[in-house]
Design a binder for this molecule. Structure first.
Ligand SMILES: NC(=O)c1ccc[n+]([C@@H]2O[C@H](COP(=O)([O-])OP(=O)(O)OC[C@H]3O[C@@H](n4cnc5c(N)ncnc54)[C@H](O)[C@@H]3O)[C@@H](O)[C@H]2O)c1
Length: 314
């Protein structure tokens, strides 16, 4: 990864915030934004490039005129998609976003054939699976961003309860990036202190619930989903890949026997480095968590099944 070039496909709220975060961190040498909505990538690229005047390191930020300009990237972040509208069923949304993903991925394969892909578009785990099927690439090169955000949301809730420990709260959220996500309080530490020493079971139950509904809480206030924390979470992952930092981040990856599942994507802790997913970490799950993980995996499988029933992969 010597060029440190990052492509971001979908320059909407999340994609542009990821670009802005990366440029403020000075992590990349070059960021190229692409969006099908005319002017969006161009306008945001100019704005972000001007803000980078005050960043620690300079970053070249450009807008792609066509998918072919998102070329020779080390990492491609995909945030392209459409949100669910009133009259759409889950099935409709899945099919629409999967078709968008298919066309985006065809371009990535053509123009950035050596990239690592970070999938962000929802439904996250199913879209990550689509990328695996469409590319046929080594599974380590395709990573779904979910746990990085959900873990930050959990840490925020814990800090709000404690009033201390900011930046020291290690969290872990596994499973799907949706209703059945599994925040794991038994794995949380504040500094080196297990959270069970600091918060009661009832307080942790409330934190788990608020983590699960963390996205919806923002929608309630804002009328649209959050983008600062998702954008920063993407930048955190991109930095880990570019710097080969081998940090542990929960991410949606293809399971091939790990945790007893195959041919399905789900959020589990992984090591991120220059090759993408360097290692999937298999932690010991108690029986209750195993049952929850199964519910989570089955909900992802039901999304994949919808695509199969609609002959998407044929
Ligand atoms: N994984 C996560 O944790 C997480 C967090 C937040 C949002 N998301 C998801 O990320 C996606 C983006 O969210 P957002 O708030 O930025 O939405 P947004 O609507 O602001 O941006 C999406 C952008 O994608 C563009 N787009 C659509 N089709 C495209 C194509 N074929 N090629 C290029 N661009 C295309 C649209 O023009 C739009 O600008 C959504 O699917 C959202 O649900 C995921």
């Amino acid at each position: 990864m010597h060029r440190r070039k990052v492509g971001i496909i979908g320059a909407g709220a999340v994609g542009a915030t990821a670009a802005y975060s990366l440029s403020m961190m000075g992590t990349c040498s070059e960021i190229v934004l692409f969006d099908i909505a005319e002017g969006v990538a161009k306008g945001k690229a100019i704005d972000i490039a001007q803000s980078s005047h005050y960043a620690p390191n300079s970053t070249i930020i450009t807008a792609a005129e066509s998918p072919a300009d998102v070329n020779e990237c080390d990492i491609v972040v995909i945030t392209a998609g459409v949100p669910r509208k009133g009259d759409m069923t889950r099935e409709d949304l899945l099919m629409i976003n999967a078709k968008i993903m298919k066309s985006v991925v065809e371009d990535v394969m053509k123009y950035s054939p050596d990239a690592v892909i970070i999938c962000v578009s929802n439904p996250l785990d199913v879209m990550t699976y689509v990328i695996h099927k469409m590319t046929g690439w080594e599974s380590n090169r395709i990573i779904g961003m979910a746990g990085a955000l959900d873990g930050a949301r959990m840490a925020y809730q814990i800090y709000n309860k404690l009033g201390y420990g900011a930046g020291q709260i290690g969290t872990l959220v596994i499973g799907d990036h949706g209703q059945n996500m599994i925040p794991l309080p038994q794995k949380v530490q504040v500094g080196d202190v297990p959270v069970s020493e600091l918060l009661s079971r009832e307080e942790m139950e409330e934190i788990i619930e608020r983590t699960r509904t963390g996205g919806a809480e923002i929608v309630k206030h804002l009328g649209t989903s959050g983008y600062y924390a998702p954008g920063r979470a993407i930048a955190h992952m991109v930095e880990a890949l570019l710097n080969d930092s081998k940090i542990v981040v929960s991410s949606s990856v293809l399971l091939q026997g790990e945790y007893g599942y195959s041919d399905v994507t789900a959020g589990v802790p992984v090591v991120l480095g220059k090759n993408g997913v360097e290692k999937i970490i298999e932690i010991e799950l108690d029986e209750e968590t195993k049952a929850k993980f199964n519910v989570s995996v089955e909900s992802i499988r039901s999304g994949i099944e919808i695509l199969k029933t609609n002959h998407f992969f044929e």
